[in-house]
Design a protein around this ligand. Structure first.
Ligand SMILES: Nc1ncnc2c1ncn2[C@@H]1O[C@H](COP(=O)(O)OP(=O)(O)OP(=O)(O)O)[C@@H](O)[C@H]1O
Ligand SMILES: [Mg+2]
Length: 299
């Protein structure tokens, strides 16, 4: 059974189709990176999953049941936009207040455990308004974790974080799913932010899912190529173009050969035609580059 199964989902705001025919599958235990440019429909989809706004069509199943089922909704933890915290109260008091509102049993023990998970145990006495952005985001996740949800839906929790804030957040995500009972959907407009932490990816564009894949599949899609330099780049480019299907010059001034070939073959071919290779290496296009390629409509 999957944590989330969405079929043919749509959402219209008046004449605006924000989501159109979207399919999505989030396996149990996944950190699902939901990636798309600004305005592509990530938040709208997440709000529909959480039942915050009605759908205009299609179906959303959570753990095999309709997402409007009350028992299923109780399994959701949500952070969409800012958490509802009181700025002048401490992190601890905010958490305890919410725990009381939700009638969480053994609230103190639970809050201690959750603050540890989000790496906030040392900052529980800070007033919320004095927390850094990264800390505030983690308090939001802590709030979402109250009630022991099995599915967390987090809208752009990495937005605006510095490298250290991102690293801590990645650790938090990994910690949250480590016992295999929880899944997380994390949206982002940058694929690179989720690199190394997401186990699955879904890429949305203009309200449609354009591709879903596992982290391994995504990694494999990032093609390898040969990058080389010669003393006569223009001639080398022309020549390589007569033998290989895809030859391009990159921003760093290297010629890239994307075909299945070996450095030996390329060096020998150029040498036979009077061109000396001064440098050659095997490389792989990065996730960001792959994503930009996808967004342009290529693959
Ligand atoms: N309440 C609304 N009324 C009208 N249009 C809306 C509403 N909410 C979203 N939209 C439109 O739907 C589209 C998708 O918006 P959405 O917020 O889901 O995108 P997003 O992928 O979350 O973008 P971002 O990365 O900027 O957060 C946008 O064109 C947006 O303007
Ligand atoms: Mg959004």
């Amino acid at each position: 059974m999957n944590a989330v199964e969405i079929k043919n989902l749509s959402k219209n705001f008046g004449a605006k189709q924000a989501v159109c025919g979207l399919n999505m599958t989030v396996p149990m235990g996944a950190i699902y990176g939901f990636i798309g440019e600004n305005g592509s429909g990530k938040s709208t989809t997440e709000k529909m999953i959480c039942g915050l706004i009605p759908t205009s069509g299609g179906s959303i199943k959570l753990y095999g049941k309709d997402h409007t089922d009350d028992a299923i909704r109780a399994k959701l933890g949500v952070l969409i936009e800012a958490p509802g915290c009181f700025p002048s109260l401490t992190v601890w008091d905010n958490m305890m207040l919410q725990a009381t509102n939700l009638s969480i049993p053994h609230a103190e023990k639970e809050v201690i455990k959750i603050l540890k998970t989000v790496r906030m145990e040392g900052a529980a006495g800070n007033k919320y308004k004095n927390c850094s952005l990264g800390m505030k985001q983690r308090v939001g996740i802590a709030m979402a974790l109250l009630g022991n949800p099995t599915l967390l839906v987090l809208d752009e929790p990495l937005n605006g974080l510095d490298a250290d804030g991102m690293r801590i957040m990645r650790e938090v995500f990994t910690d949250i799913i480590k016992d295999g009972t929880r899944s997380i959907i994390v949206s982002s407009h940058l694929l690179g932010e989720l690199q190394k932490v997401a186990t699955h990816y879904g890429i949305i564009r203009h309200g449609k899912m354009i591709v879903e894949m596992t982290a391994d599949e995504l990694d494999a899609s990032c093609r390898t190529f040969l990058a080389l330099q010669t003393q006569n780049m223009d001639q080398a480019k022309l020549l390589l173009g007569t033998k290989f299907a895809r030859v391009e010059e990159d921003e760093a001034g290297y010629l890239r050969v994307y075909d299945q070939t070996t450095p030996e073959e390329v060096v020998a071919f150029l040498y036979e035609n009077g061109i000396c290779v001064t440098e050659i290496k095997t490389d792989k296009i990065g996730l960001e580059e792959y994503y930009i390629d996808l967004m342009k409509g290529g693959k």
